[in-house]
Design a protein around this ligand. Structure first.
Ligand SMILES: Cc1ncc(COP(=O)(O)O)c(C=O)c1O
Length: 412
């Protein structure tokens, strides 16, 4: 699964029309990823929920709605955003760390609810006596590309700890609610082998919840952004999951419908940021060459947060190469685009055509958790625009650059 490419001509057009930094999403790449997810093997039916937290841009949501994807919303606000993008209420499920402040309203509209703690399950019982619900369980094991993206096991606050299943059942009985759906999501960038093990652990929990007819195994499918970095093979993971579901049917009698809810997998490599090199400095013979870009932690926060790796292309073919540290525009020594893998505090130079002021530079793998998770307005930089590259080569504006007035507009 490789990153979507942008020609030099298109990058120049982006800069001329929208200025830099600017996010670009490639429709063809988004569609291809969605089609691969929809082909996930599932012997008793499949729903693919897009984890919209990865990229909630309306243009992206509408594209996925058109392809038949459903929604995993992570807050009351995301529920609202999905409804405004035209998703029917019944295709949206709320899975939130934060207890919903609008639960009764969501339920009246038909939005689905996934209780992520015993407290949330009780709140559902009070609001929806006699109805059916999903529960998110922490099956006891997790895996993420970093500890910060691991959402399973004893060090994670996500979901209901598996040993509390008795309390789940007691609450269900007390409020006469039915647990018809079971959910686990154990991290982002999950090791496929751990995903397979957790499938079995989740099905073992399902065997103790006799009303469950749908099992949601979450997202987390790893995407390689850097050259040579592996991506999860959905066909391989899916074949294993299908086998487990069939074996479950054979021993338990229930044919469980499968749900998966990828975020990263659907959007990560379909997005990029077009930027400009605005300065080049160095720290002497034994130091470093630093290329300063007009993009950094405000648009692509993941490197400074996790030591995440994004490909960086200097559009200057044929130029002599150099080892370069790329930094962003903020007065913050942590605003680095090339930290060491998994270590945001260490520098890892990249071998690239030696950048010059004015060069166009592309930061790849920027479709997931970039526009969605930015340190917006730090140093008062306005939020960058988002553009869709259509199959006919047209660049369609999805979101304008913020005006400065919007940066301070709520001050009173
Ligand atoms: C409940 C839930 N489902 C799905 C996802 C999507 O994960 P990913 O983007 O790694 O596929 C997340 C991400 O945090 C999540 O919390």
């Amino acid at each position: 699964m490789t990153e979507a490419a942008l020609s030099v001509e298109h990058a120049a057009q982006v800069r001329d029309r929208f200025a830099t930094p600017c996010y670009v999403y490639v429709r063809g790449a988004l569609e291809a990823a969605a089609r691969r997810a929809l082909a996930f093997p599932a012997p008793f039916g499949l729903t693919v929920r897009y984890a919209m937290k990865a990229n909630p841009s309306r243009g992206v949501l509408e594209l996925f709605r058109g392809l038949g994807l459903h929604i995993d919303a992570s807050s009351d606000h995301e529920v609202e955003r999905a409804l405004r993008a035209g998703f029917p209420a019944g295709s949206i499920q709320l899975t939130s760390q934060m207890p919903s402040r609008r639960l009764a309203e969501h339920l009246a509209r038909g939005v689905l609810f996934n209780a992520c703690s015993l407290h949330q399950l009780e709140a559902f019982g009070l609001a929806a006596h006699g109805q059916s619900v999903s529960v998110r369980m922490n099956p006891g094991l997790g895996s993420g590309s970093t500890n910060r993206t691991n959402t399973g096991g004893p060090a994670s606050s996500f979901g209901i700890w598996h040993e509390h299943l008795g309390e789940v059942k007691a609450i269900a009985e007390r409020f006469d609610i039915k647990i018809t759906r079971l959910h686990s999501h154990i991290g982002s960038g999950t090791d496929p082998e751990v995903y397979k093990r957790v499938t079995r652990m989740t099905l073992d929990l399902a065997s103790k919840l006799p009303d469950v007819g749908v099992v949601n195994l979450g997202g987390g499918f790893k995407v390689g952004r850097m050259p040579g970095e592996p991506s999860a093979d959905l066909a391989d993971v899916g074949a294993h999951v299908a086998q487990e579901l069939t074996a479950f049917r054979d021993r338990d009698g229930r044919s469980l419908r499968l749900e998966i809810e990828p975020g990263t997998y659907l959007v990560a490599n379909a997005g990029l940021v077009v930027a400009t090199c605005v300065d080049v400095v160095d720290t002497g013979h034994d130091g470093y060459v630093f290329a300063k870009l007009d993009t950094g932690m405000p648009e692509v926060t993941r490197p400074s947060l996790y030591g995440a790796q994004h490909p960086i292309h200097v559009l200057a073919q044929g130029r002599e190469e150099a080892d370069v540290i790329f930094v962003g525009p903020c007065c913050e020594s942590g605003d680095i685009l090339t930290p060491a893998p998994g270590d945001p505090e260490a520098l890892a130079p990249r071998r690239v055509p030696r950048p010059q002021i004015g060069d166009l530079v592309i930061v790849g793998g920027a479709g997931a958790y970039c526009a969605a998770m930015s340190t917006i307005n730090y140093n008062s930089y306005p939020q960058a625009p988002e553009v869709m590259l259509e199959p006919d080569g047209a660049l369609r504006l999805l979101r304008r650059r913020q005006d400065l007035d919007q940066v301070w507009g709520n001050e009173v």
